[in-house]
Design a protein around this ligand. Structure first.
Ligand code: SAH
Ligand code: SF4
Length: 359
């Protein structure tokens, strides 16, 4: 709930509106999981709140650590039974990132993705999405500085709750995280990208491309049959022109599937600045200001036959792009040994998937 809504609740229960701010402080800043803990509220009001409202309090079924404790992957269980994943990452430069889920499962069916394998169970509510950040702050005792919507699910297929989460994470009374420190990753839902562009938010948009031709992308990312690459790039150009924000294309590399230098060349010409929409580019000296490519070596998923390319192949692909003037990075790997792939921990540790992991 927003501050205004909490103030409304206070008034409905015959209390002054400032009580709403107190509740917001307890829930978002102090991570309170019960109204009884809100000791600066009158006792009778706390009792009335407990009768009429509920605080989503995620608690982990499993927490696995790697990178010397700097990466923690949580499996949270939801009130109606299913589980979802959230990852905390601590960086040497002081950043504290959380990777959050927006759906239980996902209906997009990308062939290389653990989350996609089981289909969509349901959308998460705004409370369940925001609470991933609040719960991680409570569990680690650390302030989160960055949030990436790259866990389970397709954020733009759960548009309203995702946007409400962005609003709450950004609000000073809640998580207080700057817009530029929020990143939404989408499989490429064209209409929703255009809608998001009109919100004119300064958040970071990442688009999962994974292939430079429709033929290959149709195979890996089935939604491409509905929204092919040309339509997707048109929507991305509109996004850039309305928000003046650069888009980051994610490209998961799978050996022998989409990681050849020939495909890098095709991707290079697809994203070449000259083809990126003359006159629509943000002004400035950087000719590549419009696009950026982030390469992600595929994280193994039990039961899938893809192979993760070795660092030499990854570098060759990256260099082929850079030679064509495309700004390119290779994603820093975190938590590979703790089932880093989104949806993977749930498949190996979630009660509903008992026994998926091979002995
Ligand atoms: N549904 C959204 C956001 C969640 S997936 C999307 O697809 O963008 C976040 C990113 O992780 C996507 O780029 C996705 O393609 C990538 N991903 C999925 N499975 C992966 C795996 N096994 N290894 C590496 N990246 C993976
Ligand atoms: Fe869904 Fe993203 Fe996985 Fe595709 S990659 S199945 S869109 S979570």
């Amino acid at each position: 709930m927003t501050l205004e809504e909490l103030e409304g609740i206070a008034q409905q229960l015959a209390e002054p509106p400032y009580r709403g701010r107190q509740i917001a402080h307890w829930i978002y800043q102090r991570g309170a999981v019960a109204f009884a803990a809100m000791t600066d509220l009158p006792q009778a009001f706390r009792a009335r709140l407990a009768e009429s409202a509920r605080i989503t309090a995620l608690s982990p079924v499993t927490a696995v650590r790697s990178d010397g404790g700097d990466t923690i992957k949580y499996l949270f269980s939801l009130a109606d039974g299913p589980t979802m994943e959230t990852v905390f990452m601590r960086y040497a430069d002081g950043r504290r990132s959380v990777c959050i889920s927006t759906q239980v499962g996902c209906g997009m069916g990308c062939t290389f993705c653990a989350t996609g394998l089981a289909g969509l169970t349901r959308n998460l509510t705004p409370a369940e999405i925001v609470d991933q950040v609040v719960a991680v702050q409570r569990l680690t005792g650390e302030r989160v500085t960055n949030v990436i919507f790259m866990g389970m699910g397709e954020p733009l297929a759960n548009y309203g709750p995702t946007l409400r989460t962005v609003q709450l994470l950004n609000a000073p009374y809640a998580a207080g995280i700057g817009m530029r420190h929020l990143t939404i990753s989408t499989v490429g839902l064209v209409q929703q990208i255009r809608r998001l562009a009109r919100e004119r938010l300064q958040l970071t948009l990442a688009v999962s491309l994974h292939a430079p031709t429709d033929e290959l992308r149709n195979e890996l990312v089935p939604i491409n049959r509905q929204w092919p690459i040309a339509d997707l790039l048109d929507a991305c150009r509109e996004y850039v022109s309305l928000t003046s924000r650069r888009i980051s294309f994610e490209y998961v590399l799978m050996e022998g599937v989409n990681d050849t230098v020939e495909l890098a060349a095709t991707l290079g010409s697809l994203l070449h600045p000259a083809r990126s929409g003359a006159g629509q580019r943000p002004s400035g000296p950087d000719a590549n200001a419009l696009w950026h490519v982030n390469l992600i070596p595929w994280n193994p998923v039990y039961g899938l036959q893809y192979r993760r390319p070795n660092p030499g192949r990854v570098e060759a692909f990256a260099n082929a792009l850079r030679r064509r003037g495309i700004s390119t990075t290779v994603r820093l790997e975190r938590g590979v040994e703790i089932d880093a792939a989104c949806g993977q921990l749930r498949r190996t540790h979630g009660p509903e998937f008992a026994g998926v992991r091979p002995p």
